[in-house]
Design a protein around this ligand. Structure first.
Ligand code: NAP
Length: 330
């Protein structure tokens, strides 16, 4: 049987363009003892992939080599098994890549509990929820009554952060790039307020929404929100630096604010990357599943159709065109 996969053949300069990829048709390999054959059903598209395409060998994860199938996480079904821990029909989540089928020895795959949809896995239990949980709960140590601002709030990670913070009793303000996204945050997800960061009066709106200052800032974007928030941080505030998507497609990063407040107000700024915490994934997944079962985490999936929709579709992450966790349905 034949299947399609997409290889990275060129490194990006500023933008991700179709000429970086080559779609190939491959023969399904025969599996040997200890292996399984996976048919991928849902494939996650994430901003970090831009970094994985570049030749940065000092990053937290090695780059995808040219000629290799593009790296991504996804949900798959076991369709053949010669592995004692996996049966045909099992559903798994893991790093599967831009491919319709993959052979695996099971390492790095987590089996999915029955009844949980692939969308719920990619939107909540996998990278977005895990990142939100690690950053907010483990690093931010939020306390009821505190005020949290999250940038990229209508995104996959940001929407989980805000809802987890609401569930923990915080006042939550989110920033997003359109009025529609802001309405979704306030009306559907229960944020206390949401601010369109493209407004002319961003600073005034932020001041109005945070009369008691800001205790926790969950940074997903960088850009103008960072400057406005930084000036409103309270003493002993915490800034969780998760992502800087505003700088991913620019030639030079934006000039930063003066960091003098880090000293004066005894702030802690902590960068983190989820892959450092893989060992803790089973526990965090369980915690997230509890919030999910209690109806405290709403989510939405933005689904593209067919393997090759990934090539153009990944750019929705950088234009704000994705309304929900971006994924490909194969
Ligand atoms: N540290 C980690 O381990 C880790 C793990 C996962 C994700 N992340 C980071 O978390 C951030 C969010 O990732 P995600 O997967 O949840 O993606 P996402 O938020 O679902 O999608 C990306 C969103 O970023 C916003 N954006 C794009 N360009 C922007 C700009 N110039 N300024 C401000 N916002 C911009 C857009 O929303 P708007 O319409 O609101 O502009 C877009 O919808 C990224 O920075 C990512 O790298 C880090």
């Amino acid at each position: 049987m034949q299947y399609k996969a997409i290889k990275l053949v060129k490194r990006p300069e500023l933008r991700i363009t179709p000429d970086l990829f080559e779609t190939v048709t491959l023969e399904t390999p025969a599996i040997v003892d200890g292996q399984i054959l996976l048919k991928q059903t849902h494939m996650s598209l994430d901003p970090a992939m831009k970094g994985w395409m570049t030749d940065d060998r000092k990053s937290y994860i090695p780059p995808v080599e040219l000629g290799e199938i593009m790296r991504s996480s996804g949900v798959a079904e076991v369709v053949e098994s010669k592995h004692e821990s996996f049966a045909v029909g099992d559903r798994v989540v893991g790093m599967i890549g831009w491919t319709e089928y993959a052979v695996s020895d099971g390492q790095g795959l987590n089996k999915l509990p029955p009844g949980v949809s692939a969308e719920a896995v990619l939107c909540v239990l996998a990278l977005p929820g895990l990142t939100a949980y690690q950053g907010l709960i483990e690093i931010g140590k939020p306390k009821a009554g505190e005020t949290l601002v999250v940038s990229g709030a209508a995104g996959s990670v940001g929407s989980m952060v805000g809802q987890l913070a609401k569930a923990e009793g915080l006042t939550v303000i989110g920033t997003a790039g359109s009025d529609d996204k802001c309405r979704w945050l306030e009306d559907e997800l229960g944020f206390d307020s949401a601010i369109n960061y493209k407004s002319d009066d961003l600073a005034e709106q932020m001041a109005g929404a945070t009369p008691n200052g800001i205790d926790l800032y969950f940074e997903n974007t960088g850009g103008p929100v960072q400057h406005v928030v930084f000036n409103r941080m309270n003493a002993h505030g915490r800034i969780i630096v998760c992502g800087m998507i505003a700088d991913y497609n620019t030639a030079t990063p934006a000039p930063g604010p003066s960091w003098i407040n880090i000293i004066k107000r005894r702030l802690t700024i902590t960068g983190f990357t989820m892959p450092d915490h893989w060992d803790d994934v089973p526990r965090m997944m369980q915690e997230l599943a509890t919030y999910l079962a209690a109806g405290k985490l709403k989510y939405r999936a933005h689904k593209l159709q067919g393997l090759e929709s990934a090539i153009e579709g990944i750019n929705l992450l950088f234009t704000g065109g994705n309304t929900g966790k971006l994924m490909v349905e194969l």
